[in-house]
Design a protein around this ligand. Structure first.
Ligand code: HEM
Ligand SMILES: *[C@@H]1O[C@H](CO)[C@@H](O)[C@H](O)[C@H]1NC(C)=O
Ligand SMILES: *[C@@H]1O[C@H](CO)[C@@H](O)[C@H](O)[C@H]1NC(C)=O
Length: 338
């Protein structure tokens, strides 16, 4: 079965590279000693991108939610000490895993897919392709496979030798953070309001647990009332599956209209007060600047796709380890010499 979708994926990928060549790959951090470069594996592991795309394709075929989960892993990696695959480390004598943080616990998924990609890459070109680069490539391929834009992925990130569960708790925005808090957390990563609104568009696919939005259904501000910025009939439809207590892990589509299609439906939902998370809806309700972008992307999917691709490159450039820093892990779950 794998061969059946291996070929079309490679075609998609080549097509996406054409599209993306128009975009600059602007690194936000002028102080980085070394830039990432899309060609770093051209000689050392020519098959790298095809191997990633074919395993992501197989995983997507087996589980239509996986594309969303892989995009989110790259985000949760990059926001904690930069894009260094710190999120992939399991707990050990020397590591407290980020997998146990509030944003990741019972939520982050896709680790087995990354393991499978890493094993295939180690077999093809040992000690060459970093786990952090696998996350960046898998996020791009997942976007393309669900109908979103493609882009050229700058490469050459190295993998961390440690993790930060505290960074994961503090630096990744929470779904009940206020818009100013969210904007600040993005700014700390070198990301602006355009990046914020465009990147949140990936909530056009994937799922959320009840626990991530329950507060909005019952007692948003502590006055015993639901969030008035949530459409009343949508809230009523959500309540049976997300009761006041219990059902924490019950899953809901972030975009119930086209849950598996990477499109601009997310922004149309926000305009209808049908954003699932508080952190989604505040883009429309809490600042004219972000609201303008929501309206722009709802009206024009091409501009959304263009901005999303640019912002994913920007997010992927957050504080990479390069040169002699870090290592190329042999197994994405552990550092090499422990
Ligand atoms: C303000 C910033 C953000 C907040 C507060 C936020 C919050 C969340 C929450 C609460 C969930 C559901 C988790 C669960 O209940 O298990 C989620 C899912 C998701 N997020 Fe975000 N997110 C943010 C930004 C982003 C960004 C920047 C990306 C990617 C570029 C992203 C991609 C995703 C995807 C694809 C899912 C679905 C994952 C799956 O189905 O496995 N999010 N997010
Ligand atoms: C946000 O959610 C967390 C976790 O459920 C909760 O502890 C906190 O009180 C909430 N914050 C606000 C401002 O509602
Ligand atoms: C709503 O939340 C407030 C503050 O956390 C609490 O005092 C109150 O009892 C809650 N009301 C209901 C109806 O749950």
């Amino acid at each position: 079965m794998a061969a059946a979708f291996g070929f079309p994926l490679v075609v998609l990928l080549v097509f996406s590279l054409e599209l993306a060549s128009a975009f600059p790959s602007g690194a936000p951090w002028g102080q980085q000693q070394q830039q990432l470069d899309p060609h770093v594996y051209d000689r050392s592991c020519q098959q790298a991108q095809q191997i990633v795309a074919s395993i992501v394709g197989k995983a997507h075929y087996q589980d239509p939610r996986m594309a969303a989960s892989l995009i989110r892993l790259h985000f949760h990696d990059c926001f904690v000490k930069g894009c260094d695959a710190s999120i992939l480390l399991d707990s050990s004598a020397v590591v407290v895993s980020e997998k146990r943080s509030n944003p990741n616990r019972d939520s982050a998924r896709g680790f087995e897919v990354i393991d499978e990609i890493k094993a295939a890459l180690e077999a093809a070109c040992p000690h060459t392709v970093s786990c952090a680069d696998i996350l960046a490539l898998a996020a791009r391929d997942s976007t393309v496979m669900t109908g979103g834009p493609g882009w050229i992925v700058p490469l050459g990130r190295r993998d961390s030798r440690d993790a930060s569960v505290q960074g994961s708790n503090n630096d990744i925005p929470a779904p009940n953070n206020t818009l100013p808090t969210i904007i600040t957390k993005f700014k700390l990563q070198g990301l602006d309001i355009v990046d914020l609104v465009a990147l949140l568009g990936s909530h056009t696919i994937g799922d959320s647990r009840c626990t991530s939005f329950r507060q909005r259904l019952y007692n948003q501000t502590g006055n015993g009332l639901p969030d008035f910025t949530l459409d009343a009939s949508y809230a009523a439809a959500l309540r049976p599956g997300c009761p006041l207590s219990g059902g924490d892990q019950n899953l809901f589509f972030l975009d119930p209209v086209t849950p598996f299609k990477f499109d601009n439906q997310y922004y149309k939902n926000l305009l209808a007060y049908r954003g699932l998370l508080s952190s989604d809806e505040v883009l429309l309700t809490d600042s004219p600047a972000t609201a303008e972008l929501v309206k722009l992307y709802a009206a024009n999917q091409d501009i959304f796709f263009q901005h999303f691709a640019q912002s994913m490159v920007k997010m992927g450039n957050i504080s990479p380890l390069t040169g002699g820093s870090g290592e190329i892990r042999a197994n994405c779950r552990r550092v090499n010499h422990n």
